[in-house]
Design a protein around this ligand. Sequence first.
Ligand SMILES: [Zn+2]
Length: 317
Amino acid sequence: MLVENVALHVPSMEELAEVVGVGLKKNYKEWSCSVVDCPDLSKAPFGLASNGICGRTRLVDVGGVPNLVPVSQYMEKVYNLQDISERVGTPGCFILGAGAGSKHVVGCNCELMPNFRCEGGERERVNLCHVARVKSDGGYLLQNYENDHGSSSEFSLLANLFCSDGKQGKVLEVRGKCRIGEKDLVGCMRGALKEHFGPNRPIGMGGTFLVNKGKIKIHVMPDFSETPLTSDNDVNNWLKFYEVTSPFMCLSTFITEDCGLDLRVEHTHGYNANSGVGGHYHYDVTPDEVEYIGYFTPAEFIYRVDRPSTTHNIGRD
Ligand SMILES: [Zn+2]
C-alpha cells in the first residue's frame, strides 16, 4: 500500500489564532479565537477517546471518493484504524475524523465517526467509533463499533483522519455565534488560513467542535447505488440529507492546499450518542441561533495512504 507524506507549515499558535480570527470575524457576529490549555476532551460534551489532541500530529487521507464513485470498490478497499496508526509511524495514537464505515462489519454502507485510541506502547485501546446507517424507512440509526459491531476498527473506501498522541497541550479555542457570513465553521477557518499562508505554506488542522445551539444540515450515505454515480447531481440524489438539532459534536480535519497528493481538503463528521443522531456535517441552517465552540491544533505532516490510481472531483463536498 503506497504511503506518501509531506511536511506542513506549522506557525506559532499565536499567529494561527490571529489568522483564524480574521475568518471568524467575517462569518460571525460574536467570535473569539485564543490559545488555551486543552481542556479534558474525554469529558462531556466532547467525549473523545483521549483527553487531548496534541503531540506528533498528522493528517491522514486514506483512499478517496474515487473508491466510492462512480461505483463502489468496497470489496477491495478495506482499511483498519489500528493498521493506519502504524503506517504513519505513531502506534498507540488517538484518531479522530470522518470516513466510511465498513459494509463487511455493519452490513451496509454507512458513515463512520472515528474516535479511537489505538493500542500500542503503554496505551490501551479505547473504541468510541460511531456509525450512522440509513434504515429501510428512510430514517437512520446511530450505532457504535464497540457494542454493536464487535469492537471493530475497520473502515472502507475513504477516510480523513487526524492522528496525535492524544495529549493535552496548547490548542486553539474557537468560538462563533450568530452567523453573518456564508461559510460554515470549517470553511471560514480554512479560507482565512489559505489566504494568509498561500500555496507554499500549507496548513493542516484537526480537532473537535460542538454545535451548541441551532440546527445543522448533515447527510448519511445509504447503501451503494445500483447505478453508477457520474456527477455531483447523481451523488446528491443518492445521499440522504437531514436536519439535526444541537448539541452535536464534530470531528474535523482540513488542509489549505492539495500538496500534489489528490486530497479531500476538508471533512467533518459528528454525532450525539444521547439523541441518536450522526453523519457528515455540511453547515448550519439557523444562522441567527447557531453557536460553536471548538478546539483545534495544527498537523506536522499530511500522510497520503493508498491514493486512488484514477481520480476525479465528483462528490468531494
Ligand atoms: Zn463524510
